[in-house]
Design a protein around this ligand. Structure first.
Ligand code: GDP
Length: 326
C-alpha cells in the first residue's frame, strides 16, 4: 500500500490500515522508517486529538480485566478506544508480560476498539518511539481515548507517563506495609490511584488501602497542574464493573480542568519537545553504532585510551570535535 493511500484509510478509521501502519513504524528497515516518517508527519497535521491515558500496575493487579471492562463501558457510550501496550520485558528478553492474544477478548471483538500488543524484541528507545508514533496514528484514525498500558517496573512507567495526558496507577488491596512498596517517584507521577478488586472479601481491605493512599497523596507536594482534590485515590472492581464510571468521571474532570487552565496543551508541547530531543540523542547514538567513520574513530580513540596513550577526557573531546565537523 502506498503511503498516501494508507494515510487516507487511516483517516477514514480503517483498523486494518492502522494495524499495517503500526507494523511499518515497528520495522527496523530504513525504507520502512522513511515511509513511517512521511506517514506520521502527514497525519499529525490533521490535528486530531485523543485523551491519552497511561495505565500502570504490576502483573496480576488486574490491568487487562480493568481495561476490558473500562473499554467496553466507553465504547457503549459511543467513544472509540485504542489500547497500546508498552512492555519493557520485550526489550530485554524478547518475551512479553503484556499483550498475549487471549487478553481482552471481548474488547478486541468490539468494532469501536483497537488493541495492539507490544512488539517483541524492540530496543527500549525503539519501544518509546513506536509507542509515540502509534499514539499519533490512533489519534489520526479517530480514536477518542487511548489507553497506554505498562507493567510497573522501573523506567517504563516514567516513559508512559511522559507520553500521556493522565497517568493512572492500578493497585491491589494490601496491608499497610505494602504501601511502602510503591516508590515515591511513581506516586508523584500518578493523577489517579485505583485500588482494584474492591469486591467480595477483599472489599474492606480495598477501602482501607484506598484511605491509606489518599492520605499518602495528601502529603505529596502540591502540583500546579492539579485542581483541588487531585491526585485522587478511588476503589474499583474490574470484575464486578463497579467504580468504573466514577473513575472515568474523575479522569474527564481533571482533563477538562487542565484544558481550561492551559496545562493540557503546555504538557503536550513539552512532551513533543522532549520527544524531539530524544530522537536527536538516539540518532547520534545510532551514528556511533553504524559502520562508518564515527564508529571507527570511537574504536580507535577507545583503544588509545585503553592503552594509556591519551586521557578519556581528551579523547572524548577529540571524538566530539570530529562529530561536530561533519
Ligand atoms: P494483569 O496481569 O494486571 O493484566 O491482571 P489480569 O487482568 O490478568 O488479572 C489477574 C487476576 O486478577 C485474574 O485472575 C483476574 O480474574 C483477577 N482480577 C482482575 N480484576 C479483578 C477484580 O476486580 N476483582 C477480583 N476479585 N479479581 C480480579
Amino acid at each position: 500500500m502506498q503511503t498516501d493511500e494508507m494515510a487516507d484509510r487511516i483517516l477514514a478509521g480503517d483498523r486494518r490500515a492502522l494495524a499495517r501502519a503500526i507494523t511499518l513504524i515497528e520495522s527496523g528497515r530504513a525504507d520502512h522508517r522513511a515511509q513511517a516518517t512521511t506517514l506520521t508527519d502527514r497525519l499529525v497535521r490533521e490535528g486530531r486529538q485523543a485523551l491519552r491515558i497511561g495505565l500502570s500496575g504490576t502483573p496480576g493487579v488486574g490491568k487487562s480485566t480493568f481495561i476490558e471492562a473500562f473499554g467496553m463501558m466507553l465504547t457503549a457510550q459511543g467513544l472509540k478506544v485504542a489500547v497500546l501496550a508498552v512492555d519493557p520485558s520485550s526489550a530485554r528478553s524478547g518475551g512479553s508480560i503484556l499483550g498475549d492474544k487471549t487478553r481482552m477478548e471481548r474488547l478486541s471483538r468490539d468494532p469501536n476498539a483497537f488493541i495492539r500488543p507490544s512488539p517483541s524484541q524492540a530496543q527500549m528507545g525503539g519501544v518509546a518511539r513506536r509507542s509515540r508514533e502509534a499514539i499519533l496514528l490512533c489519534e489520526a484514525a479517530g480514536y477518542d481515548v487511548i489507553l497506554i498500558e505498562t507493567v510497573g517496573v522501573g523506567q517504563s512507567e516514567t516513559m508512559v507517563a511522559g507520553m500521556a495526558d493522565l497517568f493512572v496507577l492500578l493497585l491491589a488491596p494490601a496491608g499497610g506495609d505494602e504501601l511502602q512498596g510503591v516508590k515515591r517517584g511513581i506516586m508523584e507521577m500518578a493523577d489517579l490511584i485505583l485500588i482494584n478488586k474492591a469486591d467480595g472479601e477483599l472489599k474492606s481491605t480495598a477501602t482501607r488501602t484506598c484511605a491509606d493512599y489518599a492520605g499518602a497523596l495528601r502529603l505529596l507536594r502540591k502540583r500546579a497542574q492539579d485542581p483541588e482534590g487531585y491526585p485522587r485515590a478511588m476503589t474499583v472492581s474490574a470484575v464486578e464493573e463497579t467504580g468504573l464510571q466514577a473513575a472515568w468521571d474523575a479522569m474527564t474532570v481533571l482533563a477538562d480542568w487542565r484544558r481550561a487552565e492551559g496545562y493540557f496543551d503546555r504538557n503536550r508541547a513539552e512532551q513533543a519537545r522532549g520527544w524531539f530531543e530524544e530522537e536527536v540523542r538516539e540518532g547520534l547514538l545510532a551514528e556511533l553504532r553504524r559502520p562508518g567513520p564515527a564508529r571507527d574513530a570511537l574504536a580507535r580513540l577507545g583503544a588509545r585510551v585503553q592503552a594509556g596513550e591519551t586521557s578519556a577526557t581528551a579523547a572524548a573531546q577529540e571524538m566530539l570535535a570530529l562529530l561536530g565537523r561533519r
